[in-house]
Design a protein. Structure first.
Length: 474
């Protein structure tokens, strides 16, 4: 297999050995984007000049034998929710068209410091609100396994770009499953760290108590973000070879009921049995309040969204509608700039926070959120991680659920509990259905125990991964 089609860790090894140069790796990535992305629409814009400069700088560091990180010279893509200095950032919305940030998000700054080569900004559901990337103001992204189907969302562009090998790695955000669900639907790995593990500074906000930055791939505290944790970050790579013998995996009975596709259930249960064969102890557990997670999430998330999105009024940045009076300008700007799903969530959130309904909806949702968190605390007293499906089905067809918001929301039924509880979660491929569409297996871990989660995920992940049909010209 060509070097640029290998998983990120193997590409990093090839760079270290001199088998490929950063410039050649970038050119291969750009060539594949030109050849394939016209059918996928994963990228909204390329940052070619910045990428070439970063690749040349990486080559100079390698020539001088400086100490390098694992991402030095690696092409990566960014969900268009991250501010990047001098590069238009739209968050998939027309209301932010033309907005060019004067600063880098913390994640972007750290990637640059690590020597990563940022290739461009990736498509997404508008303001990260959606499960299919169909809510992007700039058109949907297609699934590389079947171009008539969705790659999931809201980080669908990031997932599709990695699955199609346009870049070895990409970054997205996960508010209710927006990294893990698309990773499952396209057959790659996607991880949501513990809430607070990665700074959200410079990330366009959707729901501030739920948003979290995370990576897609094939295989610290920030004073600017007061919700980021000061806990030290362990050497995750050093723990990967410890194996999983003796670890206890909980399988919640509530996650294997109505709505779960039989082929998905069979693949997930088979993957759990493979972990048992590797020495894991598999335990049946209960998370009794998980069935209420979707309702709770869509009250909390929309309430926070209605507050966060109040700033887009046509005055400070982004789109401004033509008007003769201030109120008219506010109304027309938001009517023209926001899409239907964003408007729906703003109205839902505003209603939930309004006088007379706050206690009945938002306050009650916060109480249920605490119960969901307590369920996980009790489960983790006897298990090291929780295993479940990532998505109840494989990738659905574009347009199939656009007229049924509730059906769309239920795609996140297994992922939102981890966000409500602030826990780390990861999705890894675990097989294919009869239509040859990928199936995802999710693990949820204890707070700030990403190390154990990654050990389990590595043991569960298949040894090899076939290439999607889009790379074969189909």
């Amino acid at each position: 297999m060509k070097i640029d089609l290998l998983p990120l860790s193997q590409i990093s090894d090839a760079l270290d050995s001199g088998a490929v140069s950063p410039e050649a790796l970038l050119e291969a990535s750009l060539a594949r984007i030109r050849a394939v992305d016209g059918r996928l629409h994963a990228f909204l814009r390329l940052t070619t000049d910045e990428a070439h400069a970063a690749a040349r700088a990486s080559a100079r560091r390698r020539a001088s034998r400086k100490a390098l990180g694992p991402l030095d010279g690696i092409p990566v893509g960014l969900k268009d929710i991250f501010c990047m200095e001098g590069v238009e950032t739209t968050c998939g919305s027309r209301i932010l068209q033309g907005y060019v940030p004067p600063y880098d998000a913390t994640i972007v700054r750290k990637l640059k410091q690590a020597g990563a080569v940022i290739v461009g900004k990736l498509n997404m559901d508008e303001f990260a609100m959606g499960s299919s990337t169909e809510n992007s103001a700039f058109g949907p992204t297609m699934n590389p396994w079947d171009l008539s189907r969705t790659p999931g969302g809201s980080s669908g562009g990031s997932a599709a770009a990695v699955a199609a090998r346009l870049v070895p790695g990409a970054f997205g955000t996960d508010t209710g499953g927006s990294i893990r669900q698309p990773a499952a639907l396209v057959g790659c790995v996607g991880m949501k760290p513990t809430y607070g593990r990665v700074s959200r500074f410079g990330v366009v906000a959707f729901a501030s108590s739920l948003d979290q930055v995370g990576p897609f791939a094939q295989d610290g505290h920030d004073d600017n973000d007061q919700t980021s944790s000061p806990r030290p970050v362990p050497d995750y790579a050093a723990g990967l070879d410890r194996g999983v013998r003796g670890l206890r995996i909980g399988v919640p009975r509530e996650y294997f009921g109505e709505g779960l596709a039989p082929e998905v259930e069979r693949a997930v249960r088979a993957a759990v049995e493979r972990l048992r064969a590797l020495g894991c102890e598999i335990r049946d557990i209960s998370l009794p309040n998980s069935p209420h997670a979707i309702a709770t999430y869509y009250i909390v998330a929309t309430a926070e969204a209605s507050s966060n999105l109040a700033r887009y009024d046509g005055v400070r940045y982004g789109h401004r509608a033509r008007a003769t009076q201030l109120l008219e300008m506010y109304e027309k700007t938001r009517a023209e700039g926001f899409g239907a799903e964003v408007k729906r969530r703003i109205m839902l959130g505003t209603y939930a926070l309004s006088a007379g309904y706050y206690d009945a909806y938002y306050l009650r949702a916060q109480k249920v959120r605490a119960l969901i968190h307590r369920d996980f605390d009790q489960a983790f007293a006897s298990v090291d991680a929780v295993a479940s499906p990532t998505s109840p089905t494989t990738a659905f067809r574009l347009g199939e659920k656009m007229d049924d918001p509730l059906a769309m929301y239920l795609n996140d039924v297994y992922t939102v509990p981890a966000n409500l509880a602030g826990l780390p979660g990861i999705s890894v491929p675990c097989g294919f259905d009869s239509r040859k569409l990928p199936i995802g297996l999710q693990f949820i871990g204890k707070p700030f125990d990403e190390e154990t989660l990654l050990r389990i995920a590595r043991a569960a992940e298949p040894a090899d991964s076939p290439l999607p049909p889009v790379l074969e010209g189909r």
